[in-house]
Design a protein around this ligand. Sequence first.
Ligand SMILES: [Zn+2]
Length: 389
Amino acid sequence: MIIINIKPFSFYNKILARNYFQSFSKLKNLDTPALNVAKLIEDKILIPLESLDPSIPFSDHKKKFSKKIKKILERIISVLEPLSLRFWNRPLEYPVITEEVLAALVLKFLLGMHNSVHLEKILFSFQYSRFIELTNILKKIIASNELKSFNISGFLIFTDFKCIDTLVSEISFWRNNAVTEIKTFDDYFNDFIGFLSNNSLFIEYLKGLCNVDENTFNLLLDFTLKKTVLVQNQIFKWYGADGFTTYDRKIYIKLFETGCPVMNKAAIFYVLLHELCYYFRRISCLTWEDSRNCPTPETIIDNIPLSEAGNIFEIQFFGDRHRFLNKSVCEFFLSSTEKLSREEYSTRFAFINRTRERFYVSLMRGACLGGKDIVELSGCAISKHRGYD
Ligand SMILES: [Zn+2]
């Protein structure tokens, strides 16, 4: 057994922030090249989308907007590209520079649309959701406090516009003004360390992803858990996900609220293990560019090629990518101290979790049932974006 000796810290159950863009008003007069381009996108694309002539086929509108996007790109690329490059080459441990990160976001947004085979759907979604406030959304991202990494990486990933099915809900996310509850991981910190100590098979696996010695591993684990943020369900609902590890290696987990503490804890630990695979896979990445180009080597399981670190882990240790956890498996997962091999453990886990117990009806993915015998899982934001779900 590997005992991880990490001292507890004192701020239990601390709510970090209720309003994640509280310094927004300070950005009223923010003026950078990227915000000027965002204003241009609003004026030339997003606002005109609002008043399209309905008698003209949307495919004709698409051609017109495609030309506009190309024209804007040609006009601004020499200004935004050098700034954007500086952002991508910035070391992950340094704070981002507003001017650079905004340039990267705006350029990604334009290139995402320009390169997408789904431009018609994207424009339709923008029109349908009355999405015109790109400059405000960018300012909110810059003004975010604890959710800043989440917002920057989320914007960068989802402006590939690969996951068209969730586009409208993502736009809701960017537009949202709602109060968000986020918490530190403090409440679960000691229990998670104890849980890992009882399950050295997880530790060995995670260590293998980053090839570091035990001391370094423990320091890295301590470092990331202290920065891990639990986020109110609503934000993850928009992404259709339970967890997200950002390019700069900050872990966000859905604040599961089933009414059953054991199941909440089990779901958080389950999702956290998945996310820790990304964290340790990317541990040697120096810059944002390294982090976005850090693919997982393909692993073939049951003749299926897998290249997503968290999914490979789940299948190897739990026998499947589980869509729900029943109460029995939550109890097994949290309390197991048996010395099982990985194969025995995954077989046992999948066997215990084979039924929905008292619930046999099909439930909407991502739903949480208050005080009942099951917790639903939705997967991670990276999987969602890559279309693995
Ligand atoms: Zn994943």
